[in-house]
Design a protein around this ligand. Structure first.
Ligand code: ADP
Ligand code: ASP
Ligand code: MG
Length: 410
């Protein structure tokens, strides 16, 4: 008998039939004698709709009210799942973030969890009640509802697993594990049996949406055993089921490149004709940081006649704010114009083996050149190389790289 956390994403609870299927899967674990806490997302598409409504009313809307709106999707699914469980004879109770409470900081829209009160949950689980917990949401310092950033239910699940000292945290989704790249765009992607926390952290942070970045960070720090698996699969679990996120030393065969990720949520900004003098980068990125705009890749062009261009990438959703902030600071910074391009994709190759192998970047540039794909910006870290390319080349580039690193399934 174990205490486990089961998390179900949007497609796993997309309609009443799916919710019934999830309920019977949970019942299976309860009948095996496990104490179960469940974390659920909103029904597929719901959160997108809620975000779109906020944006339609006001592109620069109040983040507190955004949270009030977008947190509602999960309120629906916890209630429905609790009803579905009760209907098949499983004792269950729904919990919203504020009821537990799951305390977060006040960064509305991207709040970080600070603490979870786990004692009551444990007591009820011990008494045989399934706790059905709303993912994605928490309670801020001023007692207002907060949300944890898109995909945040993964992080809720890992945090609940840590708080109730669960033996494992099973993340049920619409694919049967973590693959060498998104199996939806590369049919020859291979399922990984295990992936190292650090690699998954890097893959998630550069766009592999299968797990939210913070969930991996938290699992690594709190030593939570995370498994990613399909809520659509039939039949009993085997040792081959899903993908385990583990310590690097649990992985025997280390590949140089483990996976490839892409992110379409990027935008490219070029600030043209700025004076090439000390402090200029500090002034541009200083004003952006002060307004919470996260800058990712950066290049500065060679200067001509004392003037230079600086190109950088930001999250696409931050584009209107970035423009506004830079225009406001134009008198201090001094530049000729701002060019923006939202039609870009960042593609990254990741692997812990890069620490000890040269030539990974070279292979990447050659494979892209062979397909005549132009690289607009490059950045690297110890276990990652990223490039920015025109969005129309996304699939072509990811497939070419997947083959170039020998990742294609036989
Ligand atoms: P959920 O709603 O269950 O949270 P998500 O859509 O957030 O599901 O995440 C699952 C999706 O992640 C898959 O459908 C797949 O398209 C995508 N994905 C991206 N990269 C990978 C990868 N390397 N392995 C598996 N899935 C991936
Ligand atoms: N429903 C939220 C979203 O769509 C949280 C999640 O699904 O993890 O981002
Ligand atoms: Mg998700």
């Amino acid at each position: 008998m174990a205490r486990i956390v089961m998390k179900f994403g949007g497609t796993s609870v997309a309609d009443l039939d799916r919710i019934r299927a999830v309920a019977s899967r949970i019942k299976g674990e309860v009948e095996r004698g496990h104490q179960v806490a469940v974390v659920v997302s909103a029904m597929a598409g719901t959160t997108n709709q809620l975000v779109a409504w906020c944006q339609a009313l006001s592109p620069l809307h109040d983040a507190r009210e955004y949270d009030t709106v977008v947190a509602t999707g999960e309120q629906i699914t916890v209630g429905l799942l609790a009803i579905a469980l009760q209907e098949i004879g499983v004792e269950a109770r729904s919990w919203q973030g504020w009821q537990i409470p799951i305390r977060t900081d006040g960064a509305h829209g991207t709040a970080r969890m600070l603490s979870i009160e786990g004692r009551d949950l444990i007591r009820r689980m011990q008494a045989g009640q399934v706790a059905v917990i709303a993912g994605f949401q928490g309670l801020g310092p001023d007692n207002r509802v907060t949300t944890l950033g898109r995909g945040g239910s993964d992080t809720s699940a890992v945090a609940v697993a840590a708080a109730v000292e669960a033996e494992r945290c099973d993340i049920y989704t619409d694919v049967d594990g973590i693959y060498t790249t998104d199996p939806r765009i590369v049919p020859r992607a291979r399922k990984l049996r295990k992936v190292a926390y650090e690699e998954m952290l890097e893959l998630a942070s550069v766009g592999a949406k299968v797990l939210q970045t913070r969930s991996v960070e938290l699992a690594m720090n709190e030593r939570v055993r995370v498994r990613v698996l399909s809520s659509f699969a039939e039949g009993p679990d085997t040792p081959e089921t899903g993908t385990l996120v583990v310590d690097e030393d649990e992985i025997v065969e280390k590949e140089v490149v483990t996976g490839i990720a892409y992110s379409r949520d990027e935008a490219k900004v070029t600030v043209r004709k700025i004076a090439d003098r000390p402090g200029i980068a500090a002034s541009i990125f200083g004003v952006l940081a002060a307004r919470n705009v996260n800058v990712d890749m950066i290049v500065q062009n060679v200067s001509a006649e004392g003037l230079t261009d600086i190109t950088f990438t930001i999250g696409r959703a931050d584009l209107p704010r970035t423009r506004a902030v830079l225009e406001e600071a134009r008198p201090q910074i001094g530049f000729a114009e701002i060019l923006t391009d939202p039609n870009v994709t960042k593609i990254s190759v990741v692997g812990v083996g890069m620490r000890s192998h040269a030539g990974v970047a070279g292979t990447m540039f050659r494979a892209l050149a062979d397909k005549a794909i132009n690289i607009e910006v490059i950045s690297t870290s110890e276990i990652k190389v990223s490039v920015l390319v025109a969005a129309e080349y996304t699939e072509l580039a990811v497939r070419a790289l997947h083959s170039a690193y020998g990742l294609d399934a036989a």
